[in-house]
Write a protein that binds this ligand. Structure first.
Ligand code: UD1
Length: 422
């Protein structure tokens, strides 16, 4: 078990430059896509985070060879050793369920444990399953495992009842090797899905409508190798933008994709922060002494991302007035609120809304990280809380943020990891 200790200060200002890593949510499906071909994929700009290592462990268990040099992953699934993705590996990360469709499409069979993942409400996979069934897969659930079989998947016309990022990625991959045309309607439009579609096209897939709500995929007989660059992590970038605004600091972010951050930038600007673009990939945030309250409602891209909700809530504890934060994507995604209350925040939750009353001066305390983005929010809060904050169960942060302490330290934060001997 590990803890992070932060020595915070109400006047803590973060200043300097930080390089944004590649996107965790883009690289995970790209790794799953390597199961669609016996040739090599080279994925550049991958983030060195725990979820990537977990995904690689799963791929190796299935029989793929993978090797990371600096931030490039070379991965090749010549055949498979096992068609079963075990619970031990799938339960730590929900995105690992995405290996089901590619294995089914290429080998005709796959057995994958039902996923776990972050503790943020019920996260079913019914839309993934229904889509694969519509493509002709025979799917059964046995002893906690999803067993899927199909001689060859057939193209189908599928409408997602609800926008799903993973569901869209899963069906695009499966459809790439199906017989005939698949039309996917009401697709999620997150940039990570477009990044995956671009990779699949390089591998030989025939996809039209990348980034749109309706995607047409003409199935092909086989796919080949490719070299592909993973997009910058827009949630890591958003977290550092909030850090700049929250500490009334001055942070330059390099290696970003500002176009993916429009909803976050808009809310931060309305709250008073100054955000400038410098060239194509650099953003600078300068925090304002007075933070204005903002109502925020999370929604699918291009709306405000649920993965930034917890971090933005911390900023609103420092606003001069009341903000209402509405979470529409996941139920139970307010687990960070109880921890923020321990630091002295004034937040009341009612259903899918959190009412944040600012400005409250936070004071350091011991808290528990409940999920990936909650842990980021607690670290941000710790920066401006007077005294010492200890974030317990901080392993969650390593799932998705590369070298978070080093990056924050370089900006002037006093933060350290405490390794506990059990
Ligand atoms: C992805 C992201 C996650 C982000 C989320 C929403 C990855 C690895 N993770 O998760 O960081 O918070 O998008 O932007 O990319 N749903 C169903 N049935 C399904 C699938 C989803 O009801 O079969 C529901 C979910 O419970 C949720 C909503 O749809 O309420 C959106 O979930 P989804 O977009 O699928 O999230 P993930 O792909 O799991």
């Amino acid at each position: 078990m590990e803890k992070i200790r932060i020595f915070g200060h109400h006047d803590q200002q973060l200043k300097g430059t930080v390089r944004i890593s590649g996107s965790k949510n883009a690289v995970l499906p790209a790794i799953a896509a390597s199961l669609l071909t016996d040739e090599k994929l080279r994925l550049k700009n991958i983030p060195l985070v725990k979820d990537v290592h977990s995904m690689l462990r799963l791929m190796k268990e299935l029989g793929a060879d993978g090797d990371i040099k600096k931030n490039t992953l070379t991965i090749q699934a010549r055949g498979i050793l096992s068609e079963e993705a075990s619970y031990d590996l799938v339960r730590v990360m929900r995105a690992s369920f995405l290996v089901l469709g590619p294995m089914l499409a290429r080998f005709g069979k796959a057995v994958v444990a039902l996923p776990g993942g972050c503790a943020i409400g019920s996260r079913p996979i019914d839309l993934h399953i229904a889509g694969l069934q519509k493509m002709g897969a025979n799917i059964t659930l046995e002893h906690g495992y999803v067993k899927a079989e199909a001689d060859r998947l057939q193209g189908a016309d599928i409408r997602f009842e609800k926008k799903t990022v993973g569901g869209t990625e899963h069906l695009v991959m499966a459809a790439a090797l199906a017989r005939g045309e698949t039309v996917l309607r009401n697709c999620a439009q997150e940039p990570e899905i477009s990044n995956l579609c671009e990779l699949l096209v390089k591998m030989g897939a025939k996809i039209e409508g990348t980034g749109e709500e309706v995607i047409h995929i003409q199935g092909v007989g086989e796919l080949g190798g490719a070299t592909h660059e993973i997009i910058p992590d827009r949630i890591e970038a958003g977290t550092f933008l909030v850090a700049g605004a929250l500490t009334r600091g001055d942070i330059t972010l390099t290696g970003t994709e500002p176009g993916h951050l429009a909803a976050i930038i808009e809310k931060l600007r309305s709250s008073g922060a100054v955000i400038e673009m410098d060239g194509k990939k650099t953003l600078r945030v300068v925090g304002s002494p007075e933070i204005k309250p903002q109502d925020v409602t999370t929604s699918p891209y291009p709306g405000f991302p649920t993965d930034m909700q917890a971090q933005f809530m911390v900023l609103m504890t420092q606003a001069s007035g009341t903000s209402i934060i509405t979470e529409t994507i996941f139920d139970r995604r307010f687990l960070h609120v109880n921890e923020l209350l321990r630091l002295g925040a004034n937040i009341e939750v009612s259903g899918d809304k959190a009412v944040v009353r600012g400005r409250t001066l936070l004071s350091g305390a011991e808290v528990i990280a409940t999920d990936l983005r909650a842990s980021a929010s607690l670290i941000l809060a710790g920066l401006i809380a007077g005294g010492e904050t200890i974030v317990n169960e901080v392993e969650h942060i390593d799932r998705g943020y590369e070298a978070i302490e080093e990056k924050l330290k370089a900006l002037g934060a006093r933060i350290e990891r405490l390794k506990m001997v059990e």
